[in-house]
Design a protein around this ligand. Structure first.
Ligand SMILES: Cc1ncc(COP(=O)(O)O)c(C=O)c1O
Length: 167
C-alpha cells in the first residue's frame, strides 16, 4: 500500500517514538500531583514547553498543550473573544476544518457575526476579500495554513502582514 494522506495523519516518527517511550512505559504519572512519582514529570513538560517555544519563536508561557487540534482551535478562538468582549466579529474561510466551522456556527447562535471568505477554483482566497472583511469589531481571523482536504497552502505570512497593516 502507498499511503498518500499525510495531510490527514502520519505514523509516529521514530524520533518521536524514542523520545516518548519512557513516558508511556516507566516514567508515567500525573505531573500535577503533590507526590514525587508524578510531580517529577513537571520538569520534563516544562522542558518540552521551552523547546516548542524556541521552535516557533514564542515565549514558553505562551505555549499551552492541548489534547487535540479541535480543542486548540476552540480554545484559541474562545480566548480571543474573551480578551475582546466588545468585538463580536470573526473572519474565517469557507474551507476551514469543521473544528473551526462548527464552532463558528455555534457562535452565530450567540449573536457573533462570522464572515466566511470564499476561495477560487484553485482553493485560494483573495487578500482583498480578507482586507475588506476586517472591521472595527473583528476579534479573530482564523485561517488554516495547509488545507487538510486539498493541501492548498494559504499565504500566512502575507496574511499576517496584511492584518498588521490594518491594525
Ligand atoms: C486542519 C485540521 N484542523 C483540525 C483537525 C482536528 O484535529 P483533531 O482530530 O486533533 O481534533 C484536523 C484533523 O484532521 C485538521 O486536519
Amino acid at each position: 500500500m502507498i499511503y498518500l494522506d499525510y495531510n490527514s495523519t502520519t505514523p509516529v516518527s521514530p524520533e518521536v517514538f524514542e523520545a516518548m517511550t519512557p513516558y508511556l512505559t516507566s516514567e508515567w504519572g500525573n505531573p500535577s500531583s503533590t507526590y514525587k512519582f508524578g510531580s517529577k514529570l513537571k520538569t520534563v513538560i516544562e522542558a518540552a514547553r521551552v523547546q516548542v517555544a524556541e521552535l516557533i519563536g514564542a515565549r514558553s508561557m505562551e505555549i499551552i498543550f492541548t489534547s487535540c487540534a479541535t480543542e486548540s482551535n476552540n480554545t484559541v478562538i474562545n480566548a480571543a473573544l474573551k480578551a475582546n468582549p466588545r468585538k463580536r466579529h470573526i473572519v474565517t474561510s469557507a474551507v476551514e476544518h469543521s473544528s473551526v466551522l462548527n464552532y463558528c456556527k455555534a457562535l452565530e447562535k450567540e449573536a457573533y457575526r462570522i464572515t466566511y471568505l470564499p476561495v477560487d477554483r484553485e482553493g485560494l482566497l483573495k487578500l482583498a476579500d480578507l482586507e475588506n472583511a476586517i472591521a472595527e469589531e473583528t476579534a479573530v481571523v482564523s485561517l488554516m495554513w495547509a488545507n487538510n482536504e486539498t493541501g492548498v497552502l494559504f499565504p500566512v505570512e502575507k496574511i499576517g502582514e496584511s492584518l498588521k497593516e490594518s491594525e
